[in-house]
Design a binder for this molecule. Structure first.
Ligand code: SAH
Length: 474
């Protein structure tokens, strides 16, 4: 339907902060989702897409700005897809995240649960991320100032984040508050160097251009990894840029480049070429109990590690404490990634078994056990829906505790069924999507009782919320 035929609503009051970071309004019986609004705002809304029971809209005019509003601190707010809740004070962000879990558990769940514990706030609300990935593009997003310039004066290259829903448009980032310095300094230096040289930036439609991606990863104690992705091999230019980065930022402990000639941006299947330093960074984490041995985790260029490392500790500690280990337990850690939770709990249980379907993550998990002198872990690479069968349980033993941390779409129904069949005394369910978590728990309701619900904020200024649930066998 052409846009002009879609409804235009005037003087609508925003009611709630809802799904996917969009605010919620109601016009008659229709739910309208509008980004970048705050409960209490009064706006005119142009509907941009319409479904049966809801529609998506855009705030065209603000008649009243809610008293709940906070001033966004980032100049890119409103264009960048990154931090959509910056216009809400942090305290309110926490409130709405808590409410999101409550809503999902009440509406989707249809099971009883105790009062949800107050959400754990993130120790840092800016500079909390340990990883950012930037994209080079010859189709920079042009703002109003750019558009005012004559076409030939508009500089088209940009280095930053994709504009939401526009895969070929990149917002040139001046400053991002997500990662501690020197993240911005590195990005800006690489940008200036390559622009001065006149090197081409990638175009994802024509697949032309030299500079593709820049990844920056850091560890709490200071290790710093930079990965530059080029679209083709040009040894002289690559050498110039890598030397420039190494000389300008001596604090980099791992400098890597990749030549990705494929059409897609995925680099996990590409060779990591080490320019300087170690081929990994090392993250450290406190033990879950006072006086316990600190843990170390080795993170390669493509290894998974929770992106808010300070809060990851509290997430894992929550899971650990809810499990209430005595020391004799056999534990399954499902969807274990690089085995971080498996290794975190292993010193305090009899044996911990991690399962994950990315083989390189399982390689990392083994390395991390070894690095920490942990010898009571076992890891398997495979799809849980297939691997977690009766033979697996016969071979490895029936677990006392199952920890599960699936991706956003939750557990496969067969995995839920198998957990029910195994019948561990406790299930600790860590989730990054309380909607699918509620769906899965509902399937387990007959056999398992929800004993505790603890939301954890891993991603300040976004709508994302992590949630840990303890289930006990009825
Ligand atoms: N617990 C880990 C990572 C959890 S992320 C940590 O805290 O670091 C979820 C993990 O599930 C990812 O590593 C993903 O690769 C894995 N995964 C997704 N679907 C899977 C499946 N069907 N079988 C096994 N692992 C899967």
């Amino acid at each position: 339907m052409p846009r002009r035929q879609l409804p235009f609503f005037e003087n609508v009051t925003i009611l709630d902060a809802g799904a996917e970071g969009k605010a919620v309004a109601r016009v008659n019986d229709l739910v309208v989702f509008v980004p970048f609004c705050v409960p209490g705002d009064i706006v005119d809304i142009q509907v941009i897409s319409k479904r049966k029971s809801y529609c998506e809209g855009k705030a065209i005019k603000f008649h009243y700005y809610s008293e709940l509003r906070a001033e966004p601190f980032c100049e890119h707010f409103g264009t960048c897809g990154g931090c959509r809740w910056q216009n809400l004070p942090y305290e309110l962000q926490l409130k709405y995240k808590q409410k999101q879990v409550d809503d999902h558990f009440t509406r989707i769940g249809k099971f009883s649960f105790p009062p949800i514990k107050p959400i754990l706030a993130s120790p840092l609300t800016t500079g909390y991320r340990n990883k950012l990935e930037y994209t080079f593009s010859d189709r920079r997003w042009l703002n109003a100032d750019d558009m005012a310039l004559p076409a030939e004066e508009r500089q088209g290259n940009g280095l930053g984040f994709h504009i939401p829903t526009l895969f070929d448009r990149v917002l040139d980032i001046k400053h991002c508050y997500h990662q501690p310095e020197p993240s911005n300094a590195i990005r800006l230096a690489v940008r200036d160097f390559t622009l001065q040289k006149g090197w081409s930036y990638y175009n994802p439609r024509s697949h032309e251009g030299f500079m593709r991606n820049l990844l920056i990863r850091n560890a709490i104690a200071g290790d710093l990894m930079v990965i530059v992705v080029f679209a083709y091999n040009a040894p002289e230019e690559i050498s110039q840029l890598m030397t420039f980065i190494a000389d300008s930022f001596p604090q980099i402990t791992s400098l890597v480049y990749v030549i990705n000639t494929k059409q897609n941006d995925v680099i996990t299947d590409q060779e990591m070429l080490l320019w300087k330093g170690e081929p990994y960074i090392t993250e450290t984490m406190e033990a879950p109990v006072a006086g316990g041995k600190k843990l170390q985790f080795r993170i390669g260029p493509v290894s998974f590690y929770q992106t808010n490392p300070l809060q990851a500790y509290f997430l894992y500690k929550t899971a650990f404490e809810l499990a209430g280990f005595t020391g004799n337990e056999l534990v399954y850690d499902l969807y274990c990634g690089t085995g971080t939770i498996t290794n975190f709990v292993a010193p305090y249980v009899k044996k911990a078994i991690g399962v994950e379907y990315v083989p390189s993550a399982i390689d990392d998990a083994h390395i991390n056990s070894e690095l920490n002198g942990i010898d009571n872990t076992v890891f398997y690479a495979g799809d849980l829906a297939k691997v977690l069968n009766d033979d697996f349980v016969r071979l490895n033993g029936r677990p006392d505790v199952v920890i599960t941390d699936p991706p956003r779409n939750g557990m496969h129904e067969d995995v839920v069924k198998q957990i029910l069949k195994i019948g561990p005394l406790k299930v600790v369910y860590v989730s990054c999507n309380s909607a699918t978590q509620a769906r899965d728990i509902a399937l387990m309701d007959e056999k398992y009782k929800v004993e505790a619900v603890q939301p954890v904020d891993m991603f300040p200024h976004t709508h994302h919320v992590e949630n840990v649930v303890l289930l006990t066998l009825r």
